[in-house]
Design a protein around this ligand. Structure first.
Ligand SMILES: [Cu+2]
Length: 129
């Protein structure tokens, strides 16, 4: 019986993955010239629909505007539960994207910030209630 539950969960995850898809950009680390602060709505993040707002500033604390911000989200405790998308710029260095967390627990955001010659990547831990 336990095996059956495990199999159906695996099938469910496969469906989710296929639905979301994910293109993993190549990793490029640069000096700490980018700071990313994460706000969630609601806060703390909960299972289901949650808006993630990334506040992105440079080394001087000035907002980085006009960047392309890709976000991928993974459930740290399990492989293969991921989603990704492009955050929408709201002005003032704020970029927002909606996520749907199918499970509570520890998740990891990977944020890619690209603008002109800038190509920055940062992993951010997020706890979902
Ligand atoms: Cu999971």
């Amino acid at each position: 019986m336990r095996k059956l539950i495990f199999i159906s969960m695996f099938v469910l995850m496969s469906v989710l993955l296929a639905a979301c898809g994910s293109a993993a950009p190549t990793e490029t680390a640069s000096a700490q010239q980018v700071n990313i602060k994460v706000e969630t709505n609601p806060s703390p993040a909960i299972m289901g629909d949650t808006e993630l707002v990334l506040i992105i500033t440079d080394a001087n604390g000035s907002p980085i505007e006009g960047a392309t911000v890709d976000v991928s989200v993974d459930h740290t405790d399990m492989s293969g539960m991921g989603m990704s998308g492009v955050a929408v710029e709201q002005g003032g260095g704020r970029y927002a994207i909606r996520a749907n967390f199918s499970m509570s627990g520890n998740w990891k955001l990977t944020v890619y910030v690209r603008k002109d010659g800038l190509d920055y990547k940062e992993d951010i831990d997020l706890s979902v209630q």
